[in-house]
Write a protein that binds this ligand. Structure first.
Ligand code: KMH
Ligand code: ZN
Length: 276
C-alpha cells in the first residue's frame, strides 16, 4: 500500500515573527501547496492567518485560501476545525462554510502545554453531523488514548462519515497528550474501532522522525509539516515545508511504500471532487 502524506504547513502556534519562513499568506500557502505536492504530499491540513499573520477563523480568509489552493494545486484541502486554543467552539463550527474537502475533528479535550484544547463530546457530535450534511470528510485527530473511545462512540451513534471511509491521525507528543513513542502509538492502533479504514501519525518536535518510522513500519500513513516540527535536524531549522515532505517521501519509498497520488488519495479517503 502506498503512503498518504499530509502536510500541515502552518498551524496556529508559531508566530511569523519568530519563524519568518512559516507560510501564512495565501500566496505563500499556494507556493507551499504546489511544491509539497511535487515532493509527494496528497493532502494539506490548513490553519489560516489574517493580514497580521495571526490565526483566524474568519470565513472570508478561509474561503479565499480554499479557493486559491483549489485552483492552483490538486491537494486534498483539509481545514482545521481545531483552530487555536483561544477560538470559541461556535466559531470552529463555521469552518465548514468555506467548503473544504476535509476537516479535522479532534476526539476529546487535551491539555495543550499550559492551555486547554477544548473538545467536549457535544461539540464533536455537532461537528460530525454537520460534516455529514455538508459532504465534508472528517479526519479524526487523536491526541490521547481516551480519544479512541470517544471516536467509537461517535461512529456508533451517527454511522459512517460522508464517503464511507474513516481515517484517523494520531497527533503524538503534545505536552499533555499521548507521548510520541512506538508503544503508545501501537496501543492506540490496537484500540481502533472496526470502522476505521486507515490511520496516520505525526510526532511533535523531536518525536517527528521516530513517529514517522513507527507509523511506516506498522502500515500507517504520515503527517509532517511545520505545524508539528520546525527543526529539520539538530541546529537546522526547517526552511520550507517541502523539505519535510521530501524526507517523508524518501523514507516511505525506501520502505517500499512510495507516496500516494492525489487522485488515489481522494478515492482512499472517500473525498469528492469539488469544482475549482
Ligand atoms: N492548534 C491546536 C490547538 C486541529 O487542527 O484540528 C489544535 C489543532 C488541531 O491544531
Ligand atoms: Zn492543526
Amino acid at each position: 500500500m502506498n503512503t498518504l502524506i499530509t502536510v500541515a504547513p502552518t498551524g496556529a502556534e508559531h508566530a511569523k515573527a519568530d519563524v519568518p519562513q512559516l507560510p501564512t499568506t495565501v500566496a505563500e500557502l499556494v507556493e507551499t501547496a504546489r511544491t509539497c505536492q511535487e515532493a509527494g504530499a496528497a493532502m494539506i491540513h490548513l490553519h489560516i492567518r489574517d493580514a497580521d499573520h495571526r490565526p483566524t477563523l474568519d470565513r472570508g480568509f478561509l474561503k479565499a485560501a480554499v479557493d486559491a489552493l483549489r485552483s492552483e494545486c490538486d491537494l486534498i484541502i483539509q481545514l482545521s476545525t481545531g483552530g487555536s486554543v483561544h477560538d470559541p467552539l461556535e466559531s470552529r463550527l463555521t469552518v465548514l462554510d468555506a467548503e473544504p474537502d476535509s476537516c479535522s475533528l479532534t476526539c476529546g479535550t487535551t491539555n495543550f502545554g499550559d492551555d486547554v484544547f477544548l473538545n467536549p463530546y457535544g461539540f464533536m457530535s455537532q461537528l460530525y453531523v454537520l460534516a455529514q450534511e455538508r459532504e465534508v470528510v472528517p479526519e479524526f485527530e487523536l491526541f490521547d488514548l481516551g480519544h479512541v473511545t470517544a471516536l467509537a462512540r461517535l461512529l456508533d451513534t451517527h454511522g459512517l462519515p460522508f464517503g464511507g471511509k474513516v481515517h484517523v491521525d494520531f497527533v503524538t507528543g503534545v505536552p499533555g497528550g499521548m507521548p510520541g513513542t512506538t508503544a503508545a502509538l501501537m496501543a492506540g492502533v490496537a484500540m481502533l474501532p472496526e470502522q476505521v479504514t486507515s490511520w496516520s501519525a505525526t510526532g511533535i518536535g523531536r518525536r517527528h522522525l521516530p513517529m514517522m518510522a513507527a507509523s511506516l513500519s506498522a502500515g500507517g500513513h504520515l503527517r509532517v509539516g511545520m505545524e508539528d516540527n520546525i527543526m529539520f535536524a539538530k541546529g537546522q531549522p526547517v526552511q520550507h515545508n517541502a523539505e519535510l515532505v521530501a524526507r517523508a517521501a524518501d523514507v516511505a519509498t525506501l520502505m517500499q511504500r512510495p507516496p500516494m497520488s492525489t487522485a488515489a488519495a481522494r478515492e482512499f479517503l472517500g473525498v469528492k471532487r469539488r469544482p475549482a
